[in-house]
Design a protein around this ligand. Structure first.
Ligand code: ADP
Ligand code: MG
Length: 237
């Protein structure tokens, strides 16, 4: 499978703090990369660096062989790098469809096309029957699927998902896992930050572990979660 994303030696600093220290990763089409590590490890910052929201001190990001390191986030989005935000909330006064339309308009400025894309995104995540409800009426599981639909409305090649499973009950978790599998079957690649190990074990083809900004382990999920350094890093926080 072709490599869709290659991040090489990424370093991000906030003042004196090295939030991400010389971390590399790559991802093949249709695969899922899991990013794990204790709180403050630098997972979200690495996401932000790759998607253009955090300044990279050194290192390069290649997306579909294009060097995107210096491009602003909205251009990366247009190229096909879609993402959800850990803290993002929908516009509560807007309907579910309107929320997805806002995202669809970022890539497509014809109303008809944007609507088509938004409806298709809602269908993919199983929210079509909720299209005209206010997003404030959705439960947590559906809110997460709305976040996913917003990312899908950008017609991404890669999806960056930041803790999209957090707080879901077991049935909702199972549904989300199945949904992400379906998306990869259509050729979408995924980088996911996730604390829920069950999701990582079931989904990730490859796992990278960060601690204090450093990559401390990588490999198959089952191997890295049993790695002594990884266990120690989690216990240390
Ligand atoms: P994680 O997502 O793994 O929990 P983060 O990437 O959010 O970790 O944070 C990594 C480190 O960078 C933490 O020490 C955090 O306090 C710091 N940090 C994150 N964002 C900022 C910022 N915008 N300004 C200053 N420090 C930040
Ligand atoms: Mg985070």
């Amino acid at each position: 499978m072709p490599v869709v994303l290659n991040a090489e030696n990424i370093t991000v600093k906030f003042g004196g703090l090295v939030a991400v220290n010389n971390v590399s990763l790559s991802l093949e089409k249709g695969k899922i990369l899991g990013l794990i590590g204790p709180n403050g490890a630098g997972k979200s910052t690495l996401f932000n660096a790759i998607t253009g929201f955090a300044p990279v001190i050194s290192g390069k990001v290649f997306f579909l062989d294009k060097d995107v390191t210096k491009l602003p986030p909205y251009i990366r989005t247009r190229y096909g790098m879609g993402r959800t935000f850990q803290t993002e909330r929908p516009y509560e006064d807007l309907t579910v469809l309107e929320n997805v339309l806002v995202a669809a308009f970022l890539k497509n400025n014809k109303r008809k096309d944007a609507e088509k894309i938004a409806l298709s995104a809602l269908e993919k995540v199983g929210l079509l029957d909720r299209a005209h409800q206010l997003s404030s009426d959705l439960n947590l599981a559906r809110l997460r699927r709305l976040e996913l639909a917003k990312a899908l409305a950008l017609e991404p090649e890669i999806l960056f998902l930041d803790e999209i499973m957090a707080g879901l009950n077991p049935p909702a978790l199972k549904e989300m896992i199945a949904l992400l599998r379906e998306l990869t079957a259509t050729g979408i690649s995924i980088v996911m930050v996730e604390h829920i190990m069950e999701a990582i074990i079931q989904l990730a083809d490859h796992v990278i572990v960060l601690a204090s900004g450093n990559k401390i382990a990588e490999g198959l999920a089952i191997d890295v979660i049993n790695d002594e350094n990884v266990i120690e890093a989690y216990l240390g926080t």
